[in-house]
Design a binder for this molecule. Sequence first.
Ligand code: ADP
Ligand code: MG
Ligand code: ZN
Length: 610
Amino acid sequence: PASSPVKSVASQHQPKNRTIQVEIKHPWTKEVDYKLRKMFKLPNFRKLQKEAINETMAGKDVFVLMPTGGGKSLTYQLPAVCSSGKTRGVTFVVSPLISLINDQSRHLTNLGIPAIAYTGDLTQKDKNTAHEELMRQEPYTKVVYVTPEMLTMGGHIKHILRSLLQKRRLARFVIDEAHCVSQWGHDVSPDLRLGDLRKDYPGVPIMALTATAQNKVEEDIIRSLGIKGCAVLRQSFNRPNLHYEVRQKKKGLLEEIVGFIRTQPQRSSGIIYCNSRDNCENLAKDLRDNYGLEAHHYHAGMSKGDRRKIQEGWQDHQFEIIVATIAFGMGIDKPDVRYVIHHSLPRSLEGYYQETGRAGRDGQPSQCILCEFGVRCLDGKKVLNQIAMDTNLSRDQKDRQKAAMGEVLRYCDNKADCRRAQVLSFFNESFDPVNCHRGCDVCLGREENKFTTEDVTEDAIKVIKLVQAFDREDRITLVNAVECFRGLKGAPGKGLDQNPHFGVGKNWLKNEAERLLQTLVIEGALEEFCVASMAGWTNAYLKLGKMANKYLNGTKKLNMMFRQNSPRKQRVTKKAAAGTKRTGSGRVQPQIDSFTTKVNNPISRKRSHQ
Ligand code: ADP
Ligand code: MG
Ligand code: ZN
């Protein structure tokens, strides 16, 4: 198969230039291929599955990054049942969600593979049986699922692991949903320290699996687990059949949505996401009563039975539209979802990717529409306020949620760069918009709207010098760098105004300045790196990237696209600054000189003061 590793070997019996392709054979290749078909009943591997399997069977540490649904489970389940690898015995899978653990162990049991779900739900009797089985000289069990709490709590499990290690029957550790061990991933709890696995069980290979592809998450996972130098297997996150679009929420939006749904072929399934239970119920009712659409709500406040009924009805095409909170979707494998509409803002870009990712699993064209209501001013502020007021969140959690929300707001605001490129750059994947093929509103609009490309090299160099001027003690985050560039003092004690390049980008709008710095990160002129703090958290700071010198010595230029009718810069020249006047809202309204085109969009004008 095309996806398996091939080596070109020049054969002696063939004319000189011809090569034949020979698959790399490992001692386990035969067993792996056989058991894929025989035990898992799958015809062949998907992209990168075989590579991941080969690494772990060779006893190496592996980091596997695949989108949700990509098939990560097989990369440890298949090695777990093979005996021809470098390590043998029981595979321990650390998984944070009990529901996933139960699903997976049931799945394995159905395939005839002995597995144990070692969770807090076990009765003492079950625990004893499991203990007995795993303490045997040659345990029969292939896979043990544990929650991180169980593993780090000690007691029985530690005892079992020690004994397996001594018998050389501890095949590998698998950390599923590994972003949970990273503070950049989800809601990590500080005591889920899995970093001791390497120390406590030397020589046992570790596999980390995740669908979270931010650079800082990846670094953080690898650092936390102590698996520097592991094989890293990354699959592209691009979903070519999804069309991305951001729509302004305004009066008549619902008509627009209904209009869109009506353009879909009959009986097309779709999901509409709302951020509250009430919103779900009201919207579903509205769609039913006033527009005659078959819509039903789904949220965590409903009984289990009701939820199942709704989910199954939707999956069986008894009705088309499900109006849900983000509680809906995890583990749902419906191939023919034709559209995902976000009626409320998602909480993070990563969440947005996962939620939209539920559309078009069958590979057919599908639509993803995000509705925003002048985000910077309304929806966004509301959510940011909610986060700030939430007494259940620690300061760190608040900061992280605010930062994640900031990324969503920037996505909505950025109407100049291809949506797909924006989403994928968040996943640290560089995507050439040429390959979007009008697959998003921006690329489509580019053909209709006038865009200008401007050379921003001069300002790029200023940013690079600014970052360079912070020595190692004064680490600077991207947000601080933007503040410093724009001449804002930021938090006290940061000393942003001490930087010799403080305020060199005074005339840049906030969101455009952010875009400039992000572009520099993507282009490799700047780099984000993680540092563990004393408290055990990790922070991302900026340093110069490999390409920085190319800009500094003038061998590389930076161009950015700007929509012609929205301002990039506000030149607050001395004269203009003197002429600032108070607007009705009490905000300072700087005059804009001829460098920028006239602002005629009230929303972007408001934005410019953030
Ligand atoms: P992930 O953990 O990456 O989200 P899973 O491991 O749960 O994904 O797999 C998602 C689906 O893909 C499952 O239904 C699984 O059976 C299927 N799958 C995995 N590998 C293959 C394969 N090689 N061929 C066909 N289907 C596969
Ligand atoms: Mg999985
Ligand atoms: Zn595009």
